[in-house]
Design a protein around this ligand. Structure first.
Ligand SMILES: Nc1ncnc2c1ncn2[C@@H]1O[C@H](COP(=O)(O)OP(=O)(O)O)[C@@H](O)[C@H]1O
Ligand SMILES: [Mg+2]
Length: 364
């Protein structure tokens, strides 16, 4: 049987460009070369798609700051036709399935997924809607709330209103009570997130969130441990064991610096021992959130676990980190699924979902 051609997409225009390269490296290394043939495509910071050599991912080890695309790679474009393909100035090559390893806006938010839909290509992870919903914390939380799933009280804030009447927007944010968290609605990596302890700090924190998005959230702070669970599957997904992020950073929460800059900013415990009932409840919540938010293939569901044992959903990540130290692959390894089997399963799920959808009468 000929090998399936897997296009691994990485880099991208978001703040998580370098992290994406490290994630892509691990997907690439885990690829079963007997069944799959990799085609590497890097997206540079200006949005250009460039064909990349395997050596790039083989050498991008360790520090994200050392990871750089080769920028003399051939320009690549997707041809929007049934069966999909990748075209460069010199050649055209068919692709069987795409693995987008892109974190944040312009990659994890449905934009790239829309392009892949137009190109008629199967791809790993959530579709256009699930990706967009997973990226917009306001819409995500409204859907979770609507499904009766536990979230912390929040208010969505609009930049337009803030520019006109900042005091009114601050008053609306303060309704959730202090301390609270402010954050851009569509972002990740804790960029633009602040903890606000009192009314005096509120206005600057909201203005900060609006540097990154025209919509922001004010959320009641939850006192609790940060627990994450991985989900794998399409219509009948499974949940992994749980992991914990123990924040040790002076910011007091899992900030950008605690995530990426300060090596001792946080400790990941994988797996973490939880009471059997608590774990079962959280796994069920993770699966419910996954289907409620229209996810497919994979997601990492992030929680807060209060001292009284109750869990609150924080967010879902539809393209979770895949680096050597990332929670998602580590949680599956701790659950008995090694990286090679995980990547193979994700590619199979992409193909299964695509096959099922192309069979629908309305698609033709
Ligand atoms: N409501 C909240 N209560 C307590 N901590 C929070 C809250 N919201 C955010 N945080 C802290 O900020 C971090 C980043 O916020 P999060 O909403 O997960 O955004 P991102 O998508 O950038 O990861 C969380 O991991 C947590 O440490
Ligand atoms: Mg988060």
């Amino acid at each position: 049987m000929s090998r399936l051609r897997v296009a691994i997409l990485f880099g991208g225009r978001s703040a998580e460009h370098e992290v994406s390269l490290l994630s892509a490296r691990n997907v690439f290394l885990a690829l079963d070369r007997d069944r799959f043939e990799p085609i590497l495509i890097g997206i540079d910071r200006s949005g250009r798609w460039l064909s990349q050599p395997e050596s790039l991912l083989l050498t991008a080890v360790g520090d994200p700051r050392n990871a750089h695309l080769v920028d003399n790679g051939r320009d690549v474009s997707l041809s929007p036709r049934e069966g999909g393909g990748l075209t460069s100035a010199t050649e055209s090559q068919p692709v069987d399935v795409v693995f987008p390893v892109l974190h944040g806006p312009m990659g994890e938010d449905g934009t790239v997924q829309g392009l892949l839909e137009l190109a008629g290509l199967p791809y790993v992870g959530a579709g256009v809607l699930g990706s967009a919903v997973g990226m917009d914390k306001d819409v995500m939380k409204r859907l979770l709330h609507d499904a009766g799933l536990p979230i912390t009280p929040f208010r969505a804030l609009r930049q337009f209103d803030f520019d006109r009447d900042p005091a009114a927007v601050c008053a609306r944010a303060a309704e959730v009570g202090f301390p609270l968290f402010t954050k851009p609605a569509n972002l990740g990596s804790s960029v633009g997130v602040r903890r606000v302890d009192n009314a005096a700090e509120l206005r600057a924190a909201i203005a900060h969130a609006f540097e990154f998005d025209t919509k922001a959230l004010a959320e009641a702070a939850v006192v609790g441990r940060e627990i994450e669970i991985a989900v794998l599957g399409n219509d009948d997904p499974i949940a992994s064991v749980a992991g914990e992020i123990e924040v040790r950073h002076k910011d007091g929460f899992y900030s950008y610096d605690a995530k990426y800059i300060d090596e001792s900013g946080a400790i990941l415990k994988i797996p973490v021992e939880l009471p059997v009932k608590t774990l079962a409840t959280m796994q069920k919540l993770a699966l419910d959130a996954f289907s409620c938010l229209e996810c497919a293939g994979m997601a990492r569901v992030d929680f807060f676990l209060r001292t009284d044992g109750t869990a609150v959903l924080n967010e879902i990540n539809t393209i979770p980190g895949f680096t050597a130290i990332s929670m998602y692959p580590k949680l599956w390894e701790a659950s008995g699924i090694k990286p090679r089997a995980l990547v193979t399963r994700l590619l199979e799920l992409a193909l299964e979902r695509h096959a099922r959808r192309t069979k629908l009468a309305s698609k033709k």
